[in-house]
Every structure is written in structure tokens, then in C-alpha cells.
Design a protein around this ligand. Structure first.
Ligand SMILES: [Zn+2]
Length: 165
């Protein structure tokens, strides 16, 4: 992991942090919204509402994945961060869909972590642009097991549920 060039390597998923797997953004400008766990409907984007007085209060939010994951390469174990585009490959749905599914099936996030544990992945890692960020960032991921299925598919089967499509 020397230098600033992205590195591609084979790894195995050791663990997925299920406690904080997504964050909320404004659905218009995608700025991060403050987390307000107790009141998920009223947090509106100050930026959009400031610029659009006619639609005051009409901006809505959506969730994006931000998943911390421990992976093992041939030589070491380390923690990486997966943002939305990469996490969708592993989860097989949007963060909103996953969040809604997890509301009905509270153990979904834990179970998704278990499902993904042990998967062989080819990942491309890059150093965070923000010097303060502490984790390498996964910029692309390719599951290597031929029978790989995204976590949501297995979850739907486990819970016998059909949510969304
Ligand atoms: Zn906004």
C-alpha cells in the first residue's frame, strides 16, 4: 500500500460493521444531513431550502451506504470503507431498501454481515483524498465466488419476504 496509486488485491471478508452502515443525504444535492436517529422525517437540507424558498420543507432525504469492513489479504488484516456504489454490489440493493428491510427484520444488518463474511473479493483500494480519513477506500469490488449472491437476496430468502422488487 505504498504510494498514492490505487492497489488491486484479492482478499477475504473478515467482518462487516453492521452498527452504522448508512448515512443520510439530501436527495437533491446529496449533501450529508445531520444524523437524527430519533426523528427521521423532519431533518431537511438547509442548503436546498435556503435556495428554494417556494419549496421550503419539501426537500427529502435518502440513505447512502457507508460500510466499514475488515478484510484479510495474504499478509494482513485491515479495515476499509465502502461507499454507496461499492456497497450496492455486496448488498444488492440501495441503502434505503436495505434500511426498510431491516426495519421489518431487525437482525438483517447483523445477518448481512454474517452472509458476507468469508467472501473472496477482488478489491481496488485507494488512499482517502481527505488526509484525515483513516481508512483505505474501496473504489471497486468484484466478488470472486461463482455462486456469489448479494446479501439482500439471501436475506429475502431467509425471511421469506418480498420487499420492493
Ligand atoms: Zn440539499
Amino acid at each position: 500500500m505504498e504510494g498514492d496509486k490505487p492497489t488491486t488485491l484479492m482478499c477475504t471478508v473478515v467482518a462487516v460493521d453492521h452498527t452504522n452502515f448508512c448515512y443520510r443525504v439530501c436527495s437533491v444535492c446529496e449533501r450529508t444531513l445531520p444524523d437524527n436517529i430519533n426523528n427521521t422525517t423532519s431533518s431537511i437540507c438547509k442548503y436546498c431550502n435556503f435556495n428554494n424558498a417556494f419549496n421550503r420543507g419539501s426537500s427529502s432525504s435518502k440513505r447512502l451506504f457507508r460500510v466499514l469492513m475488515s478484510i484479510a489479504s495474504e499478509t494482513k488484516v485491515f479495515v476499509v470503507i465502502c461507499f454507496d456504489r461499492v456497497a450496492r454490489v455486496l448488498f444488492g440493493c440501495s441503502a434505503d431498501e436495505f434500511f426498510d428491510f431491516a426495519k421489518l427484520h431487525p437482525l438483517s444488518a447483523v445477518t448481512a454481515g454474517k452472509i458476507l463474511e468469508g467472501e473472496m473479493l477482488r478489491v481496488t483500494l485507494s488512499k482517502p483524498k481527505n488526509g484525515n480519513a483513516q481508512h483505505l477506500r474501496v473504489v471497486s469490488v468484484v466478488p470472486l465466488r461463482s455462486g456469489f449472491r448479494p446479501a439482500i437476496e439471501t436475506l429475502r430468502e431467509l425471511y421469506g419476504a418480498r420487499v420492493g422488487t
